[in-house]
Design a protein around this ligand. Structure first.
Ligand code: GUN
Ligand code: FE
Length: 454
């Protein structure tokens, strides 16, 4: 008899391709000690009854209740952890003013580790409670507080990828919130990378350092070059904002006479482990460069509706071979929930296709082929995120990490409208994506360990 760490019995939904889901009805999921899925067994396989007979009385055998379903944990590819403190507020002005008026003053307070601890503890717990098992975080310019965020992820069991933010240009950043100078920004980044790599050794799920120039406007050429070199030296992840707003996109064009994508590439910042947030104004050569270098897009649909007045053409980028995942962009996006971002991704794409609010005749409005289905948005939040990070996460599949959320559709206080026990599972899946609230997320597991329950 094999020594499994956990066995789950239940029905799971996972992406087969961007457009299709796979429904694993009443399967067994056998998890090994390292937290990965060793074996998935269907009811018609001979092993099924043998496994049930051998294990169903063990305390590590979990049978999902009627009305409960498994989904892969979500992967949030773009979160500003410090901005959780202002989520839901301060969205009344354009990006550039928003940064200077609200965001930089808030982020500057993370020099105080007690302040940082309260917010970082809460944002990590909140994301876990919303089903986010992996998050790619921007912290702040402060090395110590950024390390604290990585420690909190390690401790709470979330797979956290964390960046100490670099903003070294004294011409572009306020004196109260920036790196002291370029050599300090690079030295702090290197120390941060080494400290997180040490911390990672103590975790089961992994935590990762991320080279993080905030965006081109906040960094000197020397810093961008040095960060590209550090990313190569330590083979780290890289994240930044790319072609987000008209203002940021235009600024880079004026400074380098090229788009963000090519400017970032010149500094060695587009790598297989790079994830660029927003990317609203990528043109075709930019998208092709992303595909060639393995750079992924973090699509942030709620935030884009506020700051960019834009919808990215998901289907077009997928056709060009670009990897895409979903990001909340807290607090440019107000919601910590990727369920909310899945919903907005679908709604925004339909508005792009239908060209709402123009005076053109109906047949001339919009961009044909822009719509995405809820299946595609689910793919972005799960498998697409895993591919973007090149990690075996985001799918309920053998060899993948047991990162899952258990959804209860029959909770008396938050019941989903499922009135027929024989309702098609495809419809149940769609109801889950559109109607689940945090109360319905009963358990969250990362790398075979339970990290949240309610
Ligand atoms: N561009 C540079 N910094 C930020 C930020 O904090 N949020 C967003 N949405 N865009 C940015
Ligand atoms: Fe952002």
């Amino acid at each position: 008899m094999k020594n499994y760490k956990q066995i789950f019995r239940g029905t799971a939904f996972t992406s087969k391709s961007p457009k299709e889901i796979q429904i694993l009805k009443d399967h067994l999921f056998c998890i090994q000690a390292d937290g990965s899925i060793e074996k998935i067994v269907a009811p018609d396989e001979p092993d099924y009854q043998l496994l049930l007979d051998a294990y169903q009385d063990k305390n590590y055998f979990h049978s999902l209740k009627e009305g409960q379903y498994l989904l892969p944990g979500f992967i949030d590819l773009h979160v500003h952890a410090p901005q959780w403190a202002q989520s839901g507020t301060a969205l009344d002005i354009p990006l550039y003013d928003w940064l200077n008026t609200y965001t930089f003053p808030l982020e500057s307070k993370f020099a105080d580790l007690d302040f940082a601890k309260a917010i970082y503890e809460d944002v990590v717990s909140t994301l876990l409670a919303n089903g986010t098992t992996t998050a790619l975080y921007f912290a702040t310019v402060h090395k110590e507080a950024s390390l604290l965020l990585a420690e909190i992820c390690a401790h709470k069991g979330q797979r956290g990828l964390v960046g100490k933010v670099v903003m070294d240009d004294p011409q572009q950043n306020p004196d109260f919130y920036r790196d002291a100078d370029t050599p300090t920004a690079l030295a702090d980044t290197e120390e941060f990378i080494l400290a997180v790599k040490e911390l990672a050794k103590t975790t089961k799920q992994g935590v990762y350092p991320v080279v993080t120039p905030r965006f081109i406007p906040s960094c000197t050429d020397e810093a961008l070059k040095g960060l590209g070199q550090l990313a190569a030296k330590y083979d780290t992840y890289v994240q930044s904002h790319c072609s987000e707003s008209d203002w940021a996109h235009g600024y880079v064009k004026d400074r380098f006479n090229k788009n963000d994508a090519f400017a970032l590439h010149d500094f060695g910042l587009l790598r297989d482990k790079s994830v660029m947030a927003h990317c609203n104004f990528l043109d075709d050569p930019d998208a092709e460069l992303f595909a060639e270098t393995g750079t992924a897009v973090a699509h942030c649909p709620i935030s884009n509706a506020y700051f960019a007045n834009s919808v990215i053409p998901i289907a077009h980028f997928h056709a060009k071979g670009v990897e895409i995942g979903l990001g909340s962009d807290i607090s440019g996006g107000f919601s910590p929930s990727l369920f909310d971002n899945i919903r907005q991704a679908v709604i925004s794409s339909r508005m792009l296709e239908d060209g709402v609010n123009t005076s053109l005749p109906a047949q001339e409005r919009g961009v044909p082929g822009s719509r995405i289905t809820v299946h595609e948005a689910f793919y972005l939040a799960t498998a697409g995120g895993g591919e973007s990070l090149s990690l075996p996460i985001g799918r309920i599949e053998e060899k993948f990490a047991w990162d899952v959320q258990i959804i209860d559709t029959k909770l008396p206080s938050a019941k989903l409208p499922i009135f027929d026990d024989k309702e098609a599972l495809e419809d149940v899946f769609q109801k889950i994506l559109y109607l689940v609230r945090p109360e319905n997320i009963r358990e969250v597991w990362v790398q075979g360990e339970q990290v949240h329950s309610r």
